[in-house]
Ligand binder design. Structure first.
Ligand SMILES: [Fe+2]
Length: 204
């Protein structure tokens, strides 16, 4: 599984093109803003896009959905609780297959109700649930600090330290990280009670 990480737009978003190297069948995660970059990667590597996948419904991760899906004749895939237009809905534990690769869906609400992480081949695409050095905000509609606490500390914390982290924005001091490094250094991943987590998330 080969990952093309593209920084797009003015909000430091990451779009990912994830390639099954053996078959060239691929997926695009969170297409938005600079679609030329996505199309260039697809054409240069002769990729066949099977799905457009969104880590959550926010506009800065989805505004390129229709254009890329139409251009590549692919299907738009989102969590079942998304309110946006899509072709396929997935739920926790589902496997998204393309070529000989697959990504497992992990439902991680908190930043939004429909937030998912995608895990496969030693990688985790975390959307706006977990950034390098931080986590997503919880003050937008559908956000919940309580849900994010459980997603980060009860679900993501239990995953393998060796997973390479591919976040939804370039907000940290590096574009990628590992889960082990985030567990050690990211202040939101430190062991806290739910009450302690809610307290610090409510501060500015
Ligand atoms: Fe978001």
């Amino acid at each position: 599984m080969r990952v093309h990480q593209l920084e797009v737009g003015s909000m430091q978003n990451f779009t990912y093109v994830v390639e099954d190297e053996e078959t060239k069948e691929s997926v695009v995660i969170d297409p938005s803003w600079d679609l030329d970059l996505v199309i260039e990667i697809i054409e240069r590597n002769s990729l066949k896009i099977k799905y457009v996948i969104n880590t959550h419904h926010h506009f800065d991760h989805t505004i390129g959905n229709d254009a890329i899906a139409k251009h590549t004749k692919s299907k738009i895939l989102q969590h079942e609780s998304s309110t946006l237009k899509n072709d396929l809905r997935v739920s926790n534990g589902d496997k998204i297959k393309f070529g000989n690769s697959e990504l497992a869906v992990l439902h991680t609400p908190g930043h939004s109700k429909d937030s998912i992480c995608l895990i496969g081949d030693g990688k985790i695409f975390s959307g706006d649930t977990l950034f390098v050095g931080n986590c997503g905000r919880v003050d937008l509609p559908g956000g919940s600090a309580k849900e994010l606490y459980h997603s980060l500390l009860d679900i993501i914390y239990k995953l393998d330290d060796n997973l390479t982290l591919y976040p939804g924005h370039n907000y940290g001091n590096s574009a990628i990280s590992t889960l082990g490094k985030e567990k050690k250094t990211n202040f939101v991943m430190q062991q806290r009670t739910e009450a302690e987590f809610l307290d610090f998330m409510s501060r500015d």
